[in-house]
Design a protein around this ligand. Structure first.
Ligand SMILES: [Zn+2]
Length: 280
């Protein structure tokens, strides 16, 4: 064989220098179709396979992935984005499209939030300057806009949520019997795969019970989410069932704590920036 990309002479299925497949040939309708489907992960068999493993043996599958079994599975971050697209399709179809009630409710909620915040800003003497009032209203509006943006960009929202879980699980499970001292990066992939698992189940849930109005993260009930986390962590980290339950609760509590810390940090920075200048 002579590689069409780097012109290396070789024997086998793949070029040893650049990795291009020996089957590379001129474009045909078939190859264009499979190329197009590959972007969505449907041309390869690894997407259905990954989804199947996430549904049947999530903890073991995630462990396999960390241990280096990468080829059989679909890349996690790409998987999450593809699943979010499917989820958006399913929710819009199960609601009758376009999904007006959800967006309307949501727009209403963010407008209310903006109004309430600006009302508070007016009553706060610290902001009772012409310039100050305007910037509080502006801040409230941009906060509402930010929430809207996250609502419209599900994969990013989920990644942000799971970044908190990445940090918490990294700390809580650092002495796990099965996989001690997992790195932050490994925990990130763990969370992306857990998020993908939850997205697949959210789709099934939506198909069975209809679209749930305004679910910011997952439409699944809280107790089910908790059980799934316990199931995943049990087989991934290898603690006993009771200990896994305890550590899962601890992970959620520290996520809450981290979130409160981040919010207070952002708000104190914002209020520092919003103190009006004495000129006003
Ligand atoms: Zn080559």
């Amino acid at each position: 064989m002579r590689c069409l990309n780097c012109h290396t002479e070789y024997e086998g299925h793949y070029c040893p220098e650049c990795g291009q497949s020996a089957k590379t040939s001129r474009f045909t309708v078939k190859s264009v179709l499979s190329n197009t489907l590959d972007v969505w992960g449907m041309g390869s068999r690894s997407l259905p396979r990954t989804v199947w493993h996430l549904l049947t043996r999530p903890g073991q599958m995630i462990g396999d992935y960390l241990d280096g079994k990468r080829m059989p599975y679909f890349p996690p971050v790409k998987l999450l984005f593809v699943l979010c697209v499917f989820y958006a399709l399913i929710t819009s179809f199960s609601h009758g499209f376009p999904d007006e009630t959800v967006t309307d409710n949501h727009a209403e909620a963010t407008t209310l939030l903006a109004e309430e915040l600006s009302e508070r800003g007016k009553n706060n003497t610290l902001f009772d300057f012409g310039i100050g009032k305007v910037s509080v209203e502006g801040a409230a509006r941009s906060l509402a806009d930010t929430l809207d943006w996250f609502y419209a960009h599900k994969p990013v929202t989920l990644l942000c949520l799971h970044l908190f879980f990445t940090l918490s699980a990294w700390i809580v499970f650092r002495r796990a019997p099965k996989r001690p001292h997992t790195t932050l990066a490994e925990n990130f992939f763990v969370q992306v795969l857990i998020s993908s698992q939850l997205m697949v189940l959210s789709m099934l849930y939506t198909l069975l019970f209809g679209s749930q109005d305004g679910a910011f993260f997952y439409p699944l009930p809280g107790w089910l989410l908790m059980l799934l986390f316990v199931w995943d962590f049990k087989y991934l980290f290898g603690y006993s069932w009771p200990k896994t339950c305890g550590f899962t609760v601890l992970t959620h509590l520290s996520v809450l704590l981290l979130f409160i810390l981040l919010c207070s940090l952002v708000f104190s920075l914002l209020s520092l920036a919003l103190v009006p200048s004495p000129v006003g």
